[in-house]
Design a protein around this ligand. Sequence first.
Ligand code: C2O
Ligand code: CU
Ligand code: CU
Length: 463
Amino acid sequence: MPSTKEREFVLSRRAFLGGALATGAAAAMGTGVLAATRAFGAGTVTRHPLFIPPVVSPSGLSLTAKPTSIDLGGGKLSKAWAYNDLMPGPTIHAARGDVATITLHNALSEETITHWHGMVVDHPNDGHPAFAIPPGGSYAYSFPIQQRAAFNWYHPHPHMLTGGQVNLGLAGGFIVTDTHEAGLGLPSGSYEVPLVIRDASLDRQGNLVYKPRSGGFVGSISLVNGTRDPYLNVDTALYRFRVLNGSNARIWRLALANGAAFTLIGNDGGLLAAPVQLTTIDVAPGERLDLLVDFRAAAVGDRVMLRDVKAGWDLLEFVVARQVSVPATIPSTLSTITKLANPVRTRTFSFDGMSKINGLEYDINRIDFQVPLGDVERWRFTTNGNAPHPVHVHGASYQVVARTGGRARLFPWEAGWKDTVLLADGETVDILIRFTGYRGQYLIHCHKLEHEDMGMMSNFEVI
Ligand code: C2O
Ligand code: CU
Ligand code: CU
């Protein structure tokens, strides 16, 4: 006998499929959005100061997931779900060697569990859906932080409910620092700013609403750190932006409207070997970017728009507000990336339709394969349509080594260590992966959250 929740999900699966048929309506909506955002560029929009979540330590942290009201800008409150009444939730700031002791409290009306995306933790701390807690419940996490510096994040991971909970506002940043990175003298303090970029839809009252579609949620507005049409006052200084694509399904192509280059210094798994100058960068759901933007040559009063070239949206306006002279240099080498090599075996994962990996929908009780701890393996991701699929693996970072078909190349933002990689239509992507942290159960899934919720996910065990 299926539980109430399972029955409800059957219904919401139907809603997904129904949504897929309504592509004409979605396309029409897309045009309207584009027309509306062109007006933003014309300066008709009131911009709001960018929200920057408070920074907290992972030691003794209490996180409560609950329905709340959020000011998206301009003072009017919108209903949302959030951690500690903040959207995004507080930015956890930890140093390698720290121990995280975090208690999650569930004040939602449905089960939840929090996953630390990018953090290498053991199975009981990984936020696997089997550990979901009921309304009113709590979960005590305790794990040592033993990995290189990186910008990770946290979000819910309950069985078939992840898309809705993330979309309504449950997500936050998790920064890990280490002594190597600290020695580089990268911009810090007010010159280091997290940017959680996502799309959203609001109802007539201005509340966040989740309307899943099997092809992936499509929001009608963008939010940066939960702020609508944001601006950030900047000094004439070098800035470090820790970017997360926190969308359910939308892929951004970031650019600065004045054509200036970003200096890409890192991604999911921390710093790259060396910085790269780029004028556009793609970032798929779950992926992170570590970007330097140089305002040192700007003049007070200059404005620079961070844009999404794909939808033609203005995301965040930088307003140069203060002349300073802060010494900063961009290091020419950033970190040592030891290349994985000589895989002992190859596994193939076919991302089928919108809900299956290798022909199977997710079963919370089924373990699909076993990986020996310490072995380097080649994992080959393929798809037969319905892509793009951002493929995410828990429990280890990996290196992207080849892409054939489709875009047929690797991009600078896919160098170094990754935990999420974009698989587009017609592509085969090879990664090399080695689990060195823990034995136990982990997940591989599509990070288009509607695909994940419909079953494009698999349990495996590191043995
Ligand atoms: Cu960010 Cu398993 O997810
Ligand atoms: Cu993850
Ligand atoms: Cu997918």
